[in-house]
Design a binder for this molecule. Sequence first.
Ligand SMILES: Nc1ncnc2c1ncn2[C@@H]1O[C@H](COP(=O)(O)OP(=O)(O)OP(=O)(O)O)[C@@H](O)[C@H]1O
Ligand SMILES: [Mg+2]
Length: 350
Amino acid sequence: MATDDTLLEVNDLKVSFFTPVGEVKAVGGVSYALNYGEVMGIVGESGSGKSVEAYAVMRLLESPGRVVGGSVRFEGHDLLAYSQRDMEKIRGNRMSMIFQNPMESLNPVYTIGNQLMDVLLEHAKDNGVEITKQAASDKALEMLRLVGITNPERRMKQHPHELSGGMRQRVMIAMGLICEPQLLIADEPTTALDVTIQAQILELMKSIQRKTGMAIIFITHNLAVIAEICDTVVVMYGGHVVEQGTVEDIFYHPTHPYTQGLLRSMPRLDEQKGERLIPIEGTPINMLEPNPGCPFAPRCERCMKICVNRNPPKITLDRGDDSKGFSAAGHRIACWLPFKDFSPNSGGRP
Ligand SMILES: Nc1ncnc2c1ncn2[C@@H]1O[C@H](COP(=O)(O)OP(=O)(O)OP(=O)(O)O)[C@@H](O)[C@H]1O
Ligand SMILES: [Mg+2]
């Protein structure tokens, strides 16, 4: 439920792609709340709908993708009702996104300096503020320094292809941060980088977050990254949220069988670049014809009859006395299992 602290509230968000072979239900009803200054992780294996959900929140979905249900409230405003023009003002201003692939999102024909300055000049124009080219250039240099780019004066004059992958990712982070947004969505910002640079960039994002107090949604496959940087976690499977809670909830009391499987297959920060989670047995669901019950049922080792036939209920778990740092949404799972295991003497934790 939204409070004065709530920055972003996503409620039962549904996204489909209308393809020639049918409706792909990529996001099937996602809900979460994010407070000002909070860092939330979204985790789940490839194809679980993490990026599509984030694109929907940023209103960046392209055809044939469409929001088909639910709501997105940012600072109390209904973003889905905004015009594209109003959305452009909010993006890169109050909220910004670092994309999964920096080469796709940097413009190859402009210099790094020009692209950073453009973001600033646009932002100033939207806010009715005068800013000189010199001031924009100084700020761009300052940002490049902040993200740890060496010799930033020279980098300003270079084009994206002249930079290494790590440098480009740092430029993307600088672009995402330059207007000091309230919310940054970072979609796998470090996966393509080697381990040392990954760790450096995480450190950097953490320190900028502490300094500016912005909220971050951090999308990743990597639970070690989540443990490192996040306050709360949303676990997605097949376009649905299967579990959500604080980092403590998810790491010390994982309750959904999918989360438990993810934790068992957790890669570490020091593993080779490009490694993915060791997959849980079975194949991911077919989003063209999802089964009527729990999306994870066909792969769940604790699957019951009801799981295959009926959507699982969303349950808020009782934390007992050992809880610290409640997430806005509480520790919740979408699962039938508690109805099987629950006993009044179990301390309230199914
Ligand atoms: N243009 C598209 N047309 C049809 N379906 C799409 C399209 N883009 C995405 N999808 C569907 O949306 C699902 C979710 O995709 P999404 O990119 O959000 O996954 P993800 O969780 O971000 O995965 P990854 O970890 O690999 O980035 C995909 O499995 C696919 O079925
Ligand atoms: Mg993705």
